[in-house]
Design a protein around this ligand. Sequence first.
Ligand code: K1U
Ligand code: ZN
Length: 170
Amino acid sequence: MALLEVLYFPDNRLRKKAVPFETVDENCRTLAGDMLETMYDGQGIGLAATQVNIQKRLVVIDLSPEKNEPIYLINPEILSSEGTEESREGCLSVPEYYDFVTRAERITYSYQDLEGEYIESETDGLLAICIQHEIDHLNGKLFIDYLSPMKRQRLRKKLEKQERFQTNIL
Ligand code: K1U
Ligand code: ZN
């Protein structure tokens, strides 16, 4: 397995829309394994292929405390949703920033597993939030897009300043 490079906001490659897998094969499974390792390394609970500059519809998630219950979602889609819920989110592509986002409380979703089987399921709580966050990534959307333009601009300036600082000391 290999660690992949994670893209950071405001990198424009995070805005590309991912395309579906036509077949679930060994390449797809290798990518899923590398993404899982990259997500564990970054101490995240989810990762979308877009975040590692691969425009394919693949998401990995693991909400377990022991990090031993990986979920692989290939070509995931939200079929329906109910209710709304506000919760605090973070993002491996927007380091050290957390804010509140309102999303659907309960979702029905479909995906293919690592064998290419089609699965339909329902969920709520953190898994529902995480799936919505990751599918947004596949569509080129970030959680900070739900914030006010003023908050987003302030964050962009802060991150650009941090990057200039890091470039100067390296
Ligand atoms: O997609 C990503 O950037 C990963 C992101 C997923 C996510 C977090 C919170 C709400 C929705 C989606 C992260 O994992 S950021 C790290 C983080 O927030 C976290 C890490 C460990 C436990 C709990 C949260
Ligand atoms: Zn994210």
